[in-house]
Ligand binder design. Sequence first.
Ligand code: FES
Length: 158
Amino acid sequence: MPRISRRKFITRATAAGAGTCMCGLSGCATFSKVGKTPSIPADAYSFKNGKLTILLGKVAQLEKIGGSIKIIDSKLPEPLIIARIEEKEYTAVSIKCPHRGVEVEYKHDSKQFRCASLGSSTFATDGTYKKGFAKKSLTRFDAKLDPSDPNSLIISMT
Ligand code: FES
């Protein structure tokens, strides 16, 4: 068996584990805490007076039912994941799993949010806790198409 240096071993082990989660006796942990949901383009949203406006024409991921996008911006009260769950229905919830803060991802085949960690807590589309280590629901934010502009999604974060 070829011998490798300690430094190479650590580098390879870290690379192999990046983006994954390990579950131990006390639950799951992760190195990156990041899921696979793409980030929204910076020019596709604005935030003012607790109201987040998404310009849907600039967010390709939300063009199709089942698509999702994340917004991580220190100006917002919480980082979010937004999913298009029906033709004219969107949902917006906090992206961090209540267990250990790993990002949740939207799974349209099962219509639920699922933690990206191996703990895999799951939540309904409105953020309600279903199963797993989390034991708590995700924070849900009201998300509606703007009645005066169907190309804008308004999310209330107050
Ligand atoms: S961080 Fe452990 S289940 Fe989500």
